[in-house]
Design a binder for this molecule. Structure first.
Ligand SMILES: [Zn+2]
Length: 255
């Protein structure tokens, strides 16, 4: 049995799903996994985008705990480059562990605390605007008004502003001193708002103890110095979902 399986056995299925340890309730759109309600809303948003001339595509949706753990550990040990706000490589070895934590958390979530665990959040781009052979970056310059996907994001802004985004909004719309601005990241408010409320330090520690015990989670000791503050800054500081997105009601398709 995998570690994820063991954790899922001792946590409720809702808790395991929140922590990226259970993907059994998700459905696929291509390679992307989402909660069924989110997938239906995304199909509606994509259909509206098509009418406007865009090909709304998913770069990344559900990501599990172990995948996030791998990203985290590789960044902590220097195997993956950590970049700063100016897109420059951070000289991690010269920083204190507290500074290392802050640099990683600016662009990467803690294992167990990623919104990508929930099946409600996804990163999008306009496949129709991609030049042949272009490698998707998901960078601020791509999403900027004069960037490759600027027109798609202006269209999404307008849908969100007018309450016609089928429940989607941008949690990382501006810099609140936590996670950097990520205009490509959309969240399905009717379900994500509940996930935000359920995620606690206690629950996160249980996931780490069971699925990444001891040294399996890099920088664990430094994280424990003030985990509540870290969660407030890098999980809690997000946009409040607009009422129209939060109150969106999914209409079950008929049989
Ligand atoms: Zn994202």
């Amino acid at each position: 049995m995998t570690r994820s399986g063991q954790a899922a056995a001792s946590l409720t299925s809702a808790q395991a799903a929140l922590l990226g340890l259970d993907q059994s309730g998700l459905v696929a759109i291509g390679k992307a996994l989402l909660r069924p309600e989110v997938a239906r809303a995304f199909e509606r948003l994509a259909a509206a985008a098509r009418v406007a001339g865009f090909e709304l595509a998913i770069a990344s949706a559900f990501r599990d705990f172990n995948r996030q753990l791998l990203i985290w550990n590789r960044k902590a040990c220097g195997e993956l480059v950590v970049r700063d706000d100016q897109d420059c490589a951070v000289p991690m070895q010269t920083l204190s562990v507290e500074e290392q934590l802050t640099c990683i958390l600016r662009f990467s979530a803690l294992p167990g605390a990623s919104r990508h665990h929930w099946g409600t959040d996804l990163d999008v781009y306009d496949a129709a605007a991609m030049p042949e052979g272009y490698t998707l970056q998901l960078t601020p310059s791509e999403a900027a008004p004069d960037g490759l996907f600027g027109a798609l994001h202006a269209w999404l802004d307008e849908r969100i502003r007018t309450g016609t985004s089928f429940g989607f909004y941008r949690p990382y719309d501006e810099d609140r001193g936590g996670v950097a601005v990520e205009r490509w990241h959309l969240s399905y408010a009717p379900l994500a708002v509940g996930c935000e409320e359920e995620l606690t330090a206690t629950l996160l520690r249980r996931a780490w103890d069971e699925c990444a015990p001891g040294d399996d989670l890099a920088l664990r000791e430094a994280l424990e110095v003030d985990l509540d503050q870290i969660l407030e800054r890098f999980v809690g500081r997000v946009a409040t979902a607009p009422a129209a997105a939060r109150d969106y009601h999914d209409q079950e398709p008929g049989p």
